[in-house]
Design a binder for this molecule. Sequence first.
Ligand code: GLU
Length: 456
Amino acid sequence: MTVSVRFAPSPTGRLHIGNIRTAVLNWLFAHRSGGSFMLRLDDTDRSRSTEAFAEAIRADLKWLGLVWDREARQSDRMARYDEVAEQLKKAGRLYPCFESEDELERRRARQRARGLPPIYDRAALKLTPDEIAQRIAAGEKPHWRFLLANTEPSRGLTPLPTLVTWHDVVRGEQTVDIGSLSDPVLIRADGTPLYTFTSIVDDIDFAITHIIRGEDHVTNSAVQIQLFEALDAEPPTFAHHSLLIGADGQALSKRLGDLSVESLREEGLEPLAVLCHAALLGTSEAVAPYATLDELAARLDLSKLSRAPGRFDIAELRALNARLLHMLPLDAVAEHLDTLGLDVSAELWDAVRGNIETLGDVRTWLEVVNGPLAPRIEDANLCATAAGLLPPEPWNAETWGALTAAVREATGIKGRQLFHPLRLALTARDAGPELRALLPLIGRERVEARLKGNAA
Ligand code: GLU
């Protein structure tokens, strides 16, 4: 069996950290299994879907490095959905209904008042073909419901407890009683097919083998399994991953706008850090940086996803980003540095990567190295002595040790009293990369000027 998965966002907004989790888990699974990863744009809701969002989703996935093998748009497949809907109508599994939303709400209120569950009473199934034809001829537009298989011929149309079960890769045995659900509307009165339906037609047509998505879809899965069966198709394997929650334990849903791929990118985070974080939260693996998606894929399989929610904390993502940068070689960040307009040598990268949180912080150290920089003079005598003891160039990683030894010898000052004033004069900062590495990069001319208190 060739593994085939899909990531199916609706182009009604930007991708956010919650979608990224679904996308990366699908991508990693396809990659591990030598399978294919499809981008499917669920855009049947024409009033909310836009081309601009579709384009932004593609751009976000590209930035993340989640390359897709195939793409489909539901709006291109309307004729196919009509065809399959006809098939369901013929089989008596899709039936027309004429109730208005107000009418349905009144019925639900009555059911609640009588202590009954507010599920659709299937009144429309009692309409005769003539009655239906007349209403349509009179200009009424039906919406269409899927008849769930939860009845017994001898008991009429009354839904009975009916368990749909499946083995979920993440959640284990799952059981949903579809006797407690309303027959879902699959086609709106304006003719628009709904996601519950179109998704299944696509999953069948594109031979999707695994549906990996958030656990908010568990109930949908029971209905969708019945749809697969109604269409004589084998349901794929399901894996419902846990959702991300905020550091405060609350659902992330309200804050997802701030956690869009766009804002994470603007914050200067590395795509790999975002992916490692989104994938590894709520798993039995430690949330750690991986230098490539291959390495992450080798580490994480679906069996490691736990049912516990992943706790998302932007501060932890920033820390993970820093850890990732500390381990990446220059060529892994070269492209990103380029987009930031930063020209960085291998020596500078090695000197500073341990002291940055985001790649943009390299700019600070480039300025320290290239100047001009106003030095901070804490101990003018000490700095002047150091200026007088500077060896001739070429300088290397030994120069700093030799210089400080000479200054210590000449002044008797050691430890923090020695190092701190020199660091302040040379970098105008209290902390930073090792001066052993920075000194040759700053160069003799600028070092001498700064030790003498001059901007350089
Ligand atoms: N468009 C659906 C969503 O974004 C897709 C769910 C699925 O993967 O089936 O929730």
